[in-house]
Design a protein around this ligand. Structure first.
Ligand code: ADP
Ligand code: MG
Length: 378
């Protein structure tokens, strides 16, 4: 993806955003959103919507596609980006856009700045794109059902990342300061430095090794496991301090496979230090080193994520096995029940806002009202 043209934000009208939002909502239950449904959700005249849809396609924020049974519109990555950026811009957390500084496995990373000109890091989550993890179980999974949409997965991923980052930051862990999030976008402190994978020389290798192992254990003592702790997800600041990033796949120490993930994190650090610095130590933690008695659940404020949503994400990431079909079907029924009620309330909410002509371009923001939840979901 090229550079985002944020200037477009200024030219798009509130009606444009109303139509984009309508397509976003329609996509919860439809792969392609027919024009009539878009008009109904947007609560605009049919003819008026047609012109707006055409124009949004011209800007490549929507695409028009032919389906098996009917034709319709879908949001493009850029369309979804603009919906989120519009909200972040209005909140003043992202007002200007800089260079792309990274392409992760499942994200695009940009430098941005706020109203006051302070720099920050923007992570756009892109799940359900190309994920080569867990191919077998995914193949089986997809045989029986439609794959969860990228819209849905990317939003859960960002929400989960923000929630964990906030809990860790508040708990004094060395992670970027979380600033804001919307949909699939997370805004966080910009780490001045680079990922550990680019570091070939450090002053005290043993000290850095100990710091990283202590960090893994301290996370465990607080009831969580990073689960992707490696040289790509540890940044080293210009003053040599490690900062941990990338949290969507974090799990609880109560997870059935907690020991496996804990020990894999430890092994990643050991392997890297051996490979890069020819450093080996007899001392390394095991899952049993976690201080159970001190195990305080990190108190996080999760934003309306249901158990099913977290499960869908972890499945996509290959973190949990796909259960047998029966359970699956049960889950899907529950999920669709849930989806339906959310849909209706969201539509009502947006229409109410539209009628009041207040922030009509917003999705219902109440979904991001934080409620208290615990990392372990206990
Ligand atoms: P992914 O989930 O796709 O792996 P990451 O969160 O690991 O994404 O980020 C990918 C890359 O972007 C990192 O390796 C790092 O180079 C850069 N990056 C991520 N977060 C920050 C940040 N807060 N400050 C500076 N660079 C960052
Ligand atoms: Mg990463």
């Amino acid at each position: 993806m090229g550079k985002l043209n944020v200037a477009i934000l200024r030219y798009l009208t509130s009606e444009d955003f109303r139509v984009l939002t309508a397509i976003e909502m329609g996509m919860k239950n439809h792969e392609l959103v027919p024009e009539s449904l878009a008009a109904q959700i947007a609560n605009l005249r049919y003819g008026g919507v047609h012109k707006l849809l055409k124009e949004l396609c011209r800007h490549r924020l929507l695409s028009y596609e032919r389906g098996k049974n009917y034709d319709g519109y879908r949001l493009t990555n850029a369309g979804y980006d603009y919906l989120a950026l519009k909200v972040l811009a209005q909140r003043g957390t992202v007002t200007s856009f800089g260079n792309q500084i990274g392409v992760g496995k499942e994200s695009n990373i940009y430098i941005v700045a706020n109203d006051d000109g302070d720099s920050a890091c923007l992570k756009l989550h892109r799940l359900g794109r190309t994920c080569f993890r867990n191919i077998k179980s995914k193949r089986d999974y997809h045989q029986h059902r439609k794959s969860p949409s990228w819209l849905y997965l990317s939003r859960i991923s960002a929400t989960r990342e923000y929630a964990y980052m906030k809990a860790l930051y508040d708990g004094g862990f060395p992670v970027p300061k979380p600033i804001d999030f919307n949909r699939h976008c997370v805004v966080m402190e910009l780490v001045e430095g680079g990922p550990l994978c680019g570091v070939h020389k450090v002053d005290d290798v043993g000290l850095l090794y100990d710091e990283l192992m202590n960090l893994i254990v301290k996370l465990g003592n607080h009831g969580v496991i990073h689960s992707d702790f490696n040289e790509f997800n540890v940044m080293i600041t210009n003053s040599g301090k490690p900062i941990l990033i990338d949290f969507p796949q974090m799990i609880s120490t109560e997870h059935v496979e907690a020991a496996t993930y804990f020990e894999r994190d430890v092994k990643c650090v050991r392997d890297f230090f051996k490979r890069r610095f020819a450093y080996e130590s007899e001392l390394y933690p095991t899952f049993h080193d976690i201080l159970r008695e001190d195990c305080i659940d990190v108190e996080i404020k999760a934003s309306g994520l249901t158990k099913q949503m977290e499960k869908d994400l972890l499945k996509e990431m290959g973190m949990i096995e796909v259960e047998d079909e029966e359970t699956e079907d049960e889950c899907s029924e529950n999920a669709s029940e849930e989806d339906k009620s959310t849909d209706e309330s969201e539509i009502n909410c947006v229409q109410l806002q539209v009628e009041n002509s207040v922030r009509s371009e917003f999705m219902c923001t109440s979904k991001e009202t934080f409620v208290n939840a615990k990392v372990n979901g206990k």
